[in-house]
Design a protein around this ligand. Structure first.
Ligand code: ZN
Ligand code: ZN
Length: 429
């Protein structure tokens, strides 16, 4: 079995508290060892001088659109985009057509991911049949088919009773419920954050309370049931506060932040450009500051892209007609490096923890670690390279990226999935 040695890199593995210049050894599809191994003979050596070597990044919030909307993205193109972004595993949301609400649907995702042969894909099952919010989906069958968590993302669970039962049911399988917190009565017709900017622009707003009332409800239900709750795309200061206080009481809740919510604000909508239309909406500078504080103190332990591709002709419609969503697989890492590391908000180990072991824990998957014996998913990051984001170069089928022209730092250099090099930027050596 062939042996790969990654030498001279700064190995950061928060799952083991490792941050040191050392070697990483891979045999076939498995992590073999760390450090000097004089008795081992490598078949291939990758020089990682000046680079960071970490567990393969996990993006636990991705919309792959297959089946049903392959004009926006497919499992093959979405996972190719993931690799280019340094991501070795994605969890895909069930708001496809049809919805991922059956064992066969989950198995289809695994099959297509295997055919594509890019990043790993872990399907997230729907909580309710057809994501209609009425009747629980066959949670047991979905678990059998490999669903790693449950959500109706794209839509909230309107009924508190159904949310309660979902938390109880998922608890039996040790699966988390991922909540898209959004009260539809308060959100209806809204296009952007409700506040000074929406008033000034004369655009219908979505109040911060539309998110917070559901965050509050779901925390209360997690407390009631002992279920495991993950709040998707946290966007408001009030939500950060609710999650922080719930954690202090010992509620099993985790929080997720997406780059657009801490790098952009509702002021962007002054352009009336639909690329800035997203759910939940871009909020205010105070919300951005609260998200950064929540990332720093660990209230928000997961970073995810919420990659939501829409074909260009759909996003080109007027603001009120255009669908919500921003793509992010290929910008997650550099935007986080630029907005969180360069500014001193997070250290490298803190950033990598939120992109590896923490999402792996929420999803209860055996990834996100370089522990010997684990699957050899590894991302080698060039932390210093400066480059300009150009969506025309993306592997994704869609182009709804608000970061075109941004000068960023940091990029995936080499991406290894199951011991195989799946992505490499052109090496000069
Ligand atoms: Zn959502
Ligand atoms: Zn989503």
């Amino acid at each position: 079995m062939s042996i790969l040695r990654i030498t001279n890199g700064r190995v950061i593995d928060p799952s083991q508290g490792i941050d040191q210049l050392t070697d990483l050894w891979i045999r076939a599809d498995t992590i073999l060892a760390l450090g000097a191994q004089p008795h081992l003979q490598a078949d291939r050596v990758l020089d990682a001088t000046g680079k960071i070597v970490c567990p393969g990044l996990i993006d636990m919030h991705v919309h792959l659109r297959e089946p049903g909307r392959q004009e926006d993205e497919t499992i093959a193109t979405g996972t190719a985009a993931a690799l280019a972004g340094g991501i070795t595993s994605v969890a895909c949301m069930p708001n496809t057509e049809p919805a991922l609400d059956s064992q066969a649907a989950a198995e289809f995702v695994y099959l297509q991911a295997e055919r594509a042969g890019n990043a790993n894909v872990f399907p997230v099952g729907a909580i309710t049949k057809g994501r209609e919010g009425k009747e629980l989906a066959e949670i047991g069958g979905l678990v059998e088919g490999g669903a790693v968590a449950f959500t109706d993302d794209g839509s909230p669970i309107v009924s508190a009773e159904i949310m309660r039962r979902a938390l109880e049911y998922c608890r039996m399988f040790d699966r988390a419920v991922l909540s898209h917190c959004d009260d539809p009565d308060l959100t209806r017709g809204g296009i952007m954050h409700e506040g000074f900017e929406s008033m000034r622009l004369g655009v219908r707003g979505i109040p911060a309370a539309a998110e917070q009332v559901v965050v509050y409800r779901d925390i209360a239900l997690a407390e009631l049931t002992g279920g495991r709750l993950h709040i998707l795309h946290v966007s408001t200061a009030g939500s950060v506060d609710l999650i922080r206080r719930a954690k202090q009481r010992g509620v099993r809740v985790s929080g997720e932040a997406c780059p657009h919510h801490f790098t952009l604000t509702d002021k962007c909508l002054r352009s009336f450009d639909s690329v800035y239309k997203v759910t939940p909406p871009l909020r205010t500078e105070e919300d951005v500051q609260a998200l950064l504080a929540g990332l720093k103190d660990g209230t928000l332990e997961v970073l995810a892209s919420a990659h939501a591709p829409h074909a260009p002709e759909k996003k080109m419609r007027e603001l009120d007609q255009a669908p919500s969503g921003i793509i992010g697989l290929e910008t997650l890492l550099p935007v986080c490096v630029t907005a969180l590391i360069e500014t001193g908000h997070l250290t490298w180990p803190q950033l990598i923890e939120k992109l590896t072991v923490n999402p792996a824990r929420v999803l209860n998957i055996d990834r996100g670690t370089l522990r010997p014996g684990s699957m050899a998913d590894v991302t080698i990051v060039d932390p210093a390279v400066e480059w300009t984001i150009d969506p025309s170069e993306f592997r994704s089928k869609s182009r709804n990226c608000p970061y075109a022209g941004w000068k960023v730092r940091g990029r995936a250099d080499t991406v290894i999935v199951g011991g195989k090099v799946k992505f490499e930027t052109s090496r000069t050596s």
